[in-house]
Design a protein around this ligand. Structure first.
Ligand SMILES: Nc1ncnc2c1ncn2[C@@H]1O[C@H](COP(=O)(O)OP(=O)(O)OP(=O)(O)O)[C@@H](O)[C@H]1O
Ligand SMILES: [Mg+2]
Length: 229
């Protein structure tokens, strides 16, 4: 379970203060598939960064089960991120000078997996995403859809319980978008928690719960209440 408790995130720039997010209580249970929607600047990425241990709140707490993650040391927090969370971004964030295989091996190396096991697991994950014949290609030598599949393989190779995605289908053609959404469906069936920020109505419709952000305030989309009732 992930929970925001009285969280406020303020940015101050050039003497101007912006309350990017304000939330008394938000609970996301293990295994939920949640889409975060809302206009540009409404605080979606801020929410995702707070949940992912990447941005400390100005006040309040972010809980992961029994742990208040911003009251941990930086090292403990990065261990939580590495062991339990997987991130997917619109811009993929692949390392340009590494091959597809090496990119997918990176998180395994950070977790102390031996080199032969890294190669085996990364290869298997890339095969699962239809990239068996692109193992030695660098990001610049692959299509955008292929790059996003490499990024997905890298995210999933560590078996994260929680997947946080910011506009994962934003740059993709319909076929590649479907590959990403299918992967999320599968992750959901496997019991992982998925929290995805999206402007894409099709992608949002695939989630089981939708949170709407407006000027830093979070509300549940009404149709998700209707489904529960
Ligand atoms: N580093 C920062 N410094 C100052 N203000 C920021 C910073 N990051 C975000 N903001 C402000 O906080 C608010 C929320 O930003 P955020 O990036 O969370 O929005 P978003 O919903 O993800 O938007 P988009 O859909 O365009 O990605 C915006 O008004 C933005 O200008
Ligand atoms: Mg954003």
């Amino acid at each position: 379970m992930i929970r925001l408790e009285n969280v406020k995130r303020i940015y101050t720039r050039h003497g101007q203060t912006v309350t990017a997010l304000q939330c008394e209580n938000l609970c996301i249970s293990a295994g939920e598939y949640v889409a975060v929607i809302g206009p540009s600047g409404s605080g979606k990425s801020t929410l995702l960064s707070l949940l992912g241990g990447m941005l400390s709140p100005s006040s309040g707490r972010v809980w992961l089960d029994e742990t208040s993650i911003y009251e941990q040391s930086v090292v403990a927090r990065s261990t939580i991120r590495r062991e339990r969370m997987g991130f997917v971004f619109q811009t993929f964030n692949l390392i340009p000078y590494l091959t597809a295989l090496e990119n997918v091996q990176v998180p395994l190396g950070l977790n102390g997996v031996s080199l032969p096991d890294q190669t085996a697991r990364a290869t298997a994950m890339l095969q699962r995403f239809g990239l068996a014949d692109r193992l030695n290609h660098k990001p610049s030598e692959m299509s955008v859809g292929q790059q996003q599949r490499v990024a997905l393989a890298r995210t999933l190779v560590n078996d994260p319980q929680i997947i946080l995605a910011d506009e994962p289908t934003g740059n993709l053609d319909p076929t590649s978008r479907e590959v990403v959404l299918k992967a999320f469906d599968m992750c959901h069936e496997e019991g992982r928690t998925i929290i995805t920020v999206t402007h894409d109505a099709t992608a949002a419709a695939r989630a089981k719960r939708r949170l709407v952000l407006n000027e830093g305030q979070i509300s549940e989309e009404l149709s998700s209440f209707a489904k529960v009732a």
